[in-house]
Design a protein around this ligand. Structure first.
Ligand code: G4P
Ligand code: MG
Length: 176
């Protein structure tokens, strides 16, 4: 099955587009919450346009003995900072909306801290039946691109970035 290959330039443009759409919707976040690790780079690029601080959270699907488990669990969370989320407008950022499980989990965790509002942005939303649901409290959800249910190869996962670029269909001839 064909995969998608996105370049850093693609990611940058999609992140800028998302930041523009967030602003155009009238949402002015107080803080960006990046879901690690895929959300880190898009969150950082969005910060260039939104100029807001970033908090990072991490989720794992394995237990302390490295055995897979059904439900996500926190591996890194905002801890002290999360106590300050009350009344804040949070922009939650991830790279891909696949099953939606992680996003639902993160939104529910953040809602426990009584933010003023949570908006969700993802670079890519796979058009498919989702296991998770975005809680009704979330009124703004932005996907940079809606894509087919295929595997996405992100540049930050590339062991050989030139091969990745070639796969993305960029002509490398004449470039250093
Ligand atoms: P969702 O709520 O965002 O839909 O995430 P879901 O729990 O379904 O995804 C589980 C993991 O699988 C996530 O990574 C997600 O980024 C990754 N994933 C799903 N589809 C793709 C894809 O097409 N390409 C890539 N590269 N990853 C995908 P994670 O466990 O949070 O790890 P990380 O890679 O973000 O650190
Ligand atoms: Mg991810």
């Amino acid at each position: 099955m064909e995969k998608y290959f996105f370049t850093y330039e693609d990611i940058h443009k999609t992140s800028k587009d998302l930041a523009d759409r967030v602003r155009a919707s009238g949402f002015d976040p107080d803080v960006i919450v990046a879901i690690g690790s895929g959300g880190f780079i898009p969150a950082r690029i969005m910060r260039t346009f939104l100029k807001k601080p970033i908090l990072a959270v991490g989720i794992a699907y394995y237990d302390a003995d490295d055995k897979p488990c059904e439900l996500p669990r926190k591996v890194q969370w905002v801890e002290e900072a999360e106590k300050k989320l009350s009344g804040k407008r949070i922009l939650l950022v991830d790279e891909v909306d696949d099953s939606r499980t992680t996003i639902e989990y993160c939104v529910r965790e953040l809602l426990r801290h009584h933010p003023a509002e949570i908006a969700v942005t993802v670079l890519h939303n796979k058009l498919k039946a989702k296991k998770g649901a975005i809680p009704a409290e979330v009124k703004r959800y932005f996907a940079g691109r809606d894509i087919e249910d295929r595997w996405v190869c992100y540049p930050w996962d590339a062991l050989d970035i030139d091969e990745h670029l070639a796969s993305a269909g960029l002509a490398l001839v004449g470039k250093k």
